[in-house]
Write a protein that binds this ligand. Structure first.
Ligand SMILES: [Fe+2]
Ligand SMILES: [Fe+2]
Length: 140
């Protein structure tokens, strides 16, 4: 990654290996997408494919994370799912314009917003899940 502020750091860690590696993958795919979007030599179809790749991994990650939270009876699941819903909705409306090839000059700004959203969500909400698991462990 060329932007130092977007490198993986311990403050993003949930202490759940599978979630951390999916979060790292989302960061990588979003950085990759930003560089693909800036590259004049990349075709529209390849830009759309890089976008789809990020969307698919995000959707799969949210479903996976919600499944884990549901399985252990995480009390903040509904609130957490609503946060995911916000980005799922945002991404699905973005997908429509991306697939039509419209507003290409706006994509980078949108992807940056998604990236900031994901990082903020990981730090503010996914790591609360880590604290919940740690408390449960301490009490048992
Ligand atoms: Fe989450
Ligand atoms: Fe997450």
């Amino acid at each position: 990654m060329n932007d130092k502020s977007l490198e993986w750091s311990d403050k993003f860690s949930t202490d759940i290996v599978s979630l951390d590696s999916q979060h790292q993958e989302l960061l990588f795919l979003s950085q990759n997408l930003l560089s693909v979007l800036s590259d004049m030599n990349v075709s529209l179809a390849d830009k759309q494919a890089a976008f789809q790749d990020l969307v698919e991994h995000t959707v799969a990650h949210f479903a996976y994370e919600e499944r884990i939270m549901r399985n252990i009876g995480y009390p903040a699941l509904i609130r957490h799912t609503k946060e995911h819903d916000d980005l799922r909705e945002e991404m699905s409306s973005m997908t429509e314009s991306v697939m039509r090839g419209e507003g290409i000059e706006d994509w980078k700004g949108l992807v940056s917003l998604v990236q900031v959203w994901v990082l903020r969500h990981i730090v503010a909400s996914d790591t609360q899940f880590r604290e919940y698991i740690q408390r449960e462990d301490d009490e048992s």
